[in-house]
Design a protein around this ligand. Structure first.
Ligand code: AP5
Length: 189
């Protein structure tokens, strides 16, 4: 099973990605976590990404492809993934497909897209309570704007391909997990 998790900042992509990956024995591939590891290690890629992340802006597509796609292919080959945070624009989705086609690994793309819906006031409350470096009110507002402008069209793109499953992300964490599994027809156990 290869699932892409989509949702605004604070919707619970990381939380559900980790939980469901553990439950289903799949890999959790999180674009933001991969980026933060590069920043912490001070790699050239991390140095390039750090300022953009601190401002809540998107990191360049090529850098994201180089960072995330090898992990996606490796996870797909190992049985599947919960992928969160990439692609997050229609351009990235096209670029990811071209990347896979170029390497003849088309099978590694997602077969379901789970969209977590949470109203903005709840998102802001959750994020400000967490306190990551990019969790200030000003940066959160920018991340929400970027989501509306760049990622909502991606949801439409996948909707046209009939891959989208919409989930109410305001429920308690365990209920959100159960709702995702039910929506994807995965037996709970
Ligand atoms: P990223 O790390 O992906 O951040 P994000 O998309 O803004 O999402 P968050 O991590 O804030 O939220 P989440 O949905 O994962 O929620 P979480 O589970 O943490 O990206 C960071 C930056 O990296 C971007 O701004 C950009 O600069 C760059 N980047 C990443 N991907 C990129 C890409 N593809 N292209 C270009 N740039 C990219 O939960 C949030 C909080 O809520 C937690 O405290 C959690 O405990 C709590 N919570 C979760 N679920 C519930 C629930 N059901 N009830 C109550 N609380 C809950």
């Amino acid at each position: 099973m290869k699932v892409l998790l989509v949702g605004p900042p604070g919707a619970g992509k990381g939380t559900q990605g980790e939980l469901l990956a553990n439950r289903l024995l799949l890999r959790h591939v999180a674009a933001g976590d991969l980026l933060r590891a590069e920043v912490a290690a001070g790699t050239p890629l991390g140095v390039q990404a750090a300022g953009l992340m601190d401002r809540g802006e998107l990191v360049p597509d090529q850098l994201m492809l180089d960072l995330v796609m090898p992990a996606v292919v490796s996870a797909a080959d190992a049985g599947g993934y919960l992928l969160d945070g990439f692609p997050r624009t229609v351009g990235q989705a096209h670029a990811a497909r071209a990347w896979l086609r170029g390497r003849e690994v088309d099978h590694a793309g997602p077969d379901a897209v789970v969209v977590l819906e949470v109203p903005e006031d709840v998102l802001v409350e959750r994020i400000l309570a967490r306190g990551r470096p990019d969790d200030t009110e000003e940066v959160v507002r920018r991340r929400l704007r970027v989501y509306a402008q760049e990622t909502e069209p991606l949801v439409e793109f996948y909707r046209q391909e009939q891959l989208v499953h919409t989930i109410d992300g305001t429920m308690p964490v365990a209920e959100v997990s159960d709702a995702i599994l039910a929506e994807l027809d995965v037996p709970r156990g």
